[in-house]
Design a protein around this ligand. Structure first.
Ligand SMILES: O=C(O)CCC(=O)C(=O)O
Ligand SMILES: [Fe+2]
Length: 334
């Protein structure tokens, strides 16, 4: 692990993960670097990742989607925005004018269908199928990127298990029916620049296990340091920004930090980013390593609670959702 003189976040070299048989020492060294980064700022840059996609390939997927005509994007918009559409959780969301979240997005989940554990009357079905516009030419690419990011995240999860003193397969149950989300984001240019629109992504923590973020060259990402100062996390060529989500922070007994981050507007410029939120299955019971016999929390419930605070899901009312309470109730093995 190294820290560039101009960067406040560590760079972690993942070269050994591209090898079919990485040495135990190499894996232990990455595990240690991740542990140090996640126990302090909660953020790091990953370099020499095993992805087959270049930075340009990834942003092509996003540009192609956001250059579709508005009507085409609306055809896959979530029900919250286009009431006649059936998709509630996957799909397109438009930019919310007048908020600190001036971004439009397109979200996809796994290609394989997930067990339908939500009440069909629920306002948000977290395990619904993806929706695609026939005019979007990059569906195969987006599905392939999803699969590679899921694979990389799974490897990182094993390394986090080791960092917590557990065996490499300790968290493997999280991968059953994992409902990770690949999100293509476009922050439209603010013209004319407005002093009121200082932020285009409001300060927040992510909700899942970890997030792998590709950002373009525009800059603007900021991370709250341990001394409560916003530090820039600019684009580093060829890197992925990684950070811990609330869930993993809880699982680690607070050892790993879910750090606040935000995006500062770049006057007159548009920006693209592609976060991948690595998540367990909705029916996964998640427990802290410090309380392995405890009741734990059902991941699907954790997400709905978190969603009620997101601008894209303003109408989530967790109290009114027919949310399952126990694993038995939703009929899924933990
Ligand atoms: O666009 C970015 O760089 C960050 C996006 C983000 O933090 C998120 O979508 O959770
Ligand atoms: Fe985030």
């Amino acid at each position: 692990m190294s820290t560039s003189p101009t960067l406040s976040l560590p760079l972690i070299d993942l070269t050994p993960l591209s090898s079919p048989n990485p040495t135990t020492e190499a894996l232990a060294a990455i595990s240690q670097s991740l542990s140090t980064a996640f126990s302090t700022t909660g953020f790091a840059y990953l370099v020499n990742t095993p992805l087959s996609f270049t930075h340009a390939d990834i942003f092509f997927l996003a540009h192609e989607f956001f250059s579709l005509p508005e009507a085409e994007k609306s055809s896959v918009a979530k029900k919250t925005f286009i009431p006649q559409n059936v998709n509630t959780y996957r799909g397109f969301f438009p930019a919310q004018a007048g908020s600190d979240n001036l971004k439009e997005g397109f979200e996809i989940g796994p290609k394989v269908s997930l067990p339908q554990i939500f009440d069909p009357r629920a306002k948000f079905n977290l395990t619904e199928a993806n929706v695609w516009s026939e005019d979007y030419r990059c569906r195969d690419g987006a599905e392939q990127l999803y699969s590679e990011l899921q694979e990389l995240s799974s490897k990182l999860l094993s390394l986090l298990a080791m960092a917590l003193g557990k065996g490499a397969s300790y968290f493997d149950g999280y991968l059953d029916n994992s409902m990770s989300t690949l999100r293509l984001l476009h922050y439209p240019a603010i013209t004319p620049p407005s002093p009121q629109q200082e932020l285009c992504c409001t300060p927040h923590t992510d909700s899942g296990i970890l997030t792998l973020l590709h950002q373009d060259q525009t800059g603007g990402l900021e991370v709250l340091s341990t001394s409560d100062v916003w530090i820039p996390a600019p684009y580093v060529p060829g890197s992925i920004v990684v950070n811990i989500g609330d869930l993993m922070s809880q699982v680690s007994g607070g050892k790993f930090k879910a750090t606040y981050h935000r995006v500062r507007s770049s006057p007159g410029k548009s920006r693209y980013s592609v976060p991948f939120f690595f998540e367990p299955g909705a029916g996964c019971v998640v427990r802290s390593v410090d309380d392995e016999a405890g009741e734990g929390v059902l991941y699907g419930k954790h997400v709905l609670e978190k969603m009620s605070g997101w601008v894209e899901f303003q109408d989530v009312d967790v109290e009114k959702e027919p949310v399952f309470e126990t694993v038995e109730e939703i009929g899924v093995a933990a």
